[in-house]
Design a binder for this molecule. Structure first.
Ligand code: PMP
Ligand code: GLU
Length: 405
C-alpha cells in the first residue's frame, strides 16, 4: 500500500506561490529540527525573549480561566481590554484613542496584516525603509500591492533620510511601513526625524503609515516617539503594538492597533472573517500587561542592554564586520560583505545566505540571512539569549569566518 507521504503534492494557489516562507520562522524550524536530531545547535535566529512571562500576567490568565472567560469575544476585543490599551496609549505615547479606535488581534503580525488588507489595493505601492521586518513585504504581496524599498546602509545607522522618502513617494503610494525601534537593525527614529517624515506624508492626501512600535519598551536611547502624535498625523496612522516582546509573551499571540475608526472598523471586519477575534484568556493576560507600569519590565530591559553591549564588543573583535550600535530591539545586523568571494577551499561564499548556511554547517550556529530583510550584504543576529549562549555563539561565528580566505 502506498504511504500518504509518497503521494504527489497538488498545486497551491498562484497567490501563495508569490510569497516566501517567513525567513525567521524557517530558520527557527531548521535549527529546532537539527537540535532534535541531537546536534549541538546554537540558534540566534528567532526574535523571541528567553525570559518567562511575568507571574502577575500569568495570574490574570488563571483568573480569566477560573471566571470562565472562555466564550467568543467581541471581534475587535473585550471593551475593558480596549479601554486598558487606550489608557496605555495615553500614558506612554500621548495618543488619545477611543476604545472604538482599537482592535485587539492575534499578535502584532495579524494586526499588521489586517491593516494592509484594509488599505492596499492591487497595484498600490507600499514604501518601506529597508532593512525592514521580513513579513511586511510578503504581506503586501499577498494583497497584490507592490513593496517599494528605500535603502539605508550601516554607515547611516540604517536610517533613511527625508529626501529618500520624498523620492520614493508617487501618486500610486498608499502606505508607508516601518518599525522603530527597528527589527532587524535596532535603529530608533527621533521625534525630529519623524516630524520631517510627517511633513512629507502630509503633502499627499490618502497616504497612510503603519508605525510598528512593538519594540517600544526595548529601547536604550531614552527617546520614544509615535508618529501619530505629530500634528496632522493621527488621521493618517495605524499605531501597532503588542505584548510579545516587552512582556515575554510571544506564545500568547496578542497584538493591537490604534487607528482612525474607519480603519479600525475595516480591520475588525477582516478579522471577523479570519479569526473571529483574539484568544480570550490571552486578552485578559494582555490587559494586565498593558495596565502595569512599564517599569515592571525594566530589569529585563537592562539585561537586554548589557547583552547588547557584550555582543557589540565581541562582534568588533571579528575582522571585516561592519556594525552599528543598535539603540533598541534585540538584534545586530552586521554587514558581512567582506567575506563574499572568500573560500574555505570547498565552498565559495557568494552572499549572506551562503554565509548563513556555511556557519550552520561548520559551527552549528544559526542566524538569518539579511536578504529576507532587504539587505543581501547583512545577517541578522538575535541577542535574546543568555550571556553564556551569546559568548558561545560569537565564538562559533568567529571560528567559522576565520576559515574563509
Ligand atoms: N513587528 C515586528 C517588527 C516584529 O519583530 C514582530 C515579531 N515578533 C512582529 C511585528 C510580530 O509580533 P507578534 O508576536 O505580536 O505577532
Ligand atoms: N518577529 C520575530 C523575528 O523577527 C519572530 C518571528 C516572526 O514572527 O517572524 O524573529
Amino acid at each position: 500500500m502506498e504511504s500518504t507521504t509518497s503521494k504527489k503534492p497538488g498545486q497551491v494557489s498562484d497567490l501563495l506561490n508569490k510569497i516566501n516562507e517567513s525567513a525567521t520562522l524557517a530558520m527557527a524550524r531548521l535549527s529546532r529540527e537539527m537540535a532534535q536530531q541531537g546536534m549541538d545547535i546554537v540558534s540566534l535566529s528567532l526574535g523571541e525573549p528567553d525570559f518567562d512571562t511575568p507571574d502577575f500576567i500569568k495570574q490574570a490568565a488563571i483568573e480569566a480561566l477560573q471566571n470562565n472567560i472562555t466564550h467568543y469575544p467581541p471581534v475587535n476585543g473585550f471593551l475593558d481590554v480596549r479601554k486598558a490599551i487606550a489608557e496605555k496609549f495615553k500614558r506612554d505615547n500621548g495618543l488619545t484613542y477611543s476604545p472604538e479606535e482599537i482592535v485587539v488581534s492575534t499578535g502584532a503580525k495579524q494586526a499588521i496584516a489586517n491593516a494592509i488588507y484594509a488599505l492596499v489595493n492591487p497595484g498600490d505601492e507600499v514604501v518601506m525603509p529597508s532593512p525592514f521586518w521580513v513579513s511586511y513585504a510578503e504581506l503586501v504581496k499577498l494583497v497584490g500591492g507592490i513593496p517599494v524599498l528605500i535603502n539605508a546602509k550601516v554607515e547611516n545607522d540604517f536610517k533613511v533620510t527625508p529626501t529618500q522618502l520624498r523620492d520614493a513617494i508617487n501618486e500610486r503610494t498608499k502606505l508607508i511601513i516601518y518599525s522603530s525601534p527597528c527589527n532587524p537593525t535596532g535603529s530608533v527614529y527621533s521625534r525630529e526625524e519623524l516630524e520631517a517624515f510627517a511633513s512629507i506624508i502630509l503633502e499627499k492626501p490618502d497616504l497612510y503609515v503603519i508605525s510598528d512600535e512593538i519594540y517600544e519598551l526595548i529601547n536604550f536611547s531614552g527617546r520614544t516617539a509615535s508618529i501619530a502624535a505629530i500634528e496632522g498625523m493621527f488621521d493618517r496612522t495605524i499605531t501597532v503594538n503588542g505584548v510579545s516582546k516587552a512582556f515575554a509573551m510571544t506564545g500568547w499571540r496578542i497584538g493591537y492597533i490604534g487607528a482612525p475608526k474607519w480603519i479600525a472598523d475595516a480591520c475588525s471586519k477582516m478579522q471577523g472573517q479570519i479569526t473571529s477575534g483574539a484568544n480570550t484568556i490571552a486578552q485578559m493576560a494582555a490587559k494586565a500587561a498593558v495596565s502595569a507600569d512599564p517599569s515592571v519590565v525594566s530589569e529585563m530591559i537592562e539585561v537586554f542592554r548589557s547583552r547588547r553591549d557584550l555582543v557589540h564588543q565581541l562582534l568588533q573583535e571579528i575582522p571585516g564586520l561592519k556594525i552599528n550600535l543598535p539603540e533598541g530591539a534585540f538584534y545586530f545586523f552586521p554587514d558581512v560583505s567582506y567575506y563574499f568571494g572568500k573560500t574555505d577551499g570547498e565552498t565559495t561564499i557568494q552572499n549572506a545566505t551562503d554565509l548563513c548556511q556555511f556557519m550552520l554547517r561548520k559551527e552549528l550556529v544559526a542566524v538569518v540571512t539579511g536578504d529576507a530583510f532587504g539587505d543581501e550584504n547583512c545577517l541578522r543576529i538575535s541577542y535574546a539569549a543568555s550571556e553564556d549562549i551569546l559568548r558561545d555563539a560569537m565564538r562559533r561565528i568567529k571560528s567559522a569566518l576565520a576559515q574563509l580566505h
